[in-house]
Write a protein that binds this ligand. Sequence first.
Ligand code: FES
Length: 319
Amino acid sequence: MSTPLVKLLDAPVALTWLDPVAAKIADAWRAALPRSVKDALHGVWLGHSLHAVLVLVPVGTWASAVVLDGIATAHQLAGGDEDVRRGVDDASGALVATGLVGAVPAAMAGLTDYADQHPEQKRVTLVHASANLAGIALFAASLVQRGRGRVGSARALALVAMAANSAGAALGSHLTYRWASQANHTQHVPHVTPSGWYPVARHDDLAEGSPVQVRVGETGVVLVRRGERVFALADVCSHLSGPLSGGEVVVEKGRDCIVCPWHQSTFALETGSVVHGPALSPQPVFDVRVVDGGVQVRLRELPGVASPPPVEGAVDDAA
Ligand code: FES
């Protein structure tokens, strides 16, 4: 059962009338940026969401500014030294300005993630962004008032701005934790894939460069033949669970890769590493061997992650 808080945070999901404008914004942003810039803004180079890192600047500086505003107000009410009060207010203004500058790259990274979301995620993101834009406008107004020496209204505006940004932050975290945006959609694979080797195909039946889906237990695995070699990755895309077996095999940066059909995340077949986003997490890799013309696969273990024991159909390690 949903709590009142969750119902409130989920409310934007029902705003389907946002879809046409949401799609237009996403298409325009996607078309405006070269792929290298999109990869950089997703955080492919970092292996982590860049938006999640960059938002720390505005969130941290604005929260600190509001705290300083409280200190300045208390100091003023207590009849404290005016120079000290002015110094605290100046520091608060500097923090607000720093947050406004930091909000620009954070918003760009967020918009880039948004462009490759599911429609229901886009609706939540639009409301999240609207709350944050309201907060940005209010902090900017607060800074203007500070410049005019109207510290009372500057502090009040900053407080309201912080409330707007807090609502935006709540929706942003809900988007990740409830709606799994930018989460790793293959995290479960080692926990549900039985350990051991499994025969899954005949080598001669695999056509060059044509992805094929097979199964190990309940786990979908995509097989790709390149010459005499066969590669195997988890079929479910780490970005948003698209089927890699429906994708295209390409050579990218000198590596054999597979492209997800949903949002074109590109993974190296040999290592599962992300070559192009929006995915940030690598694909789980299966070891492959060919025994008497039969292709066998085994999930490559991650350090410290235990898989379930072998199930029916497993073959001997030395087979
Ligand atoms: S599901 Fe989005 S790129 Fe694969």
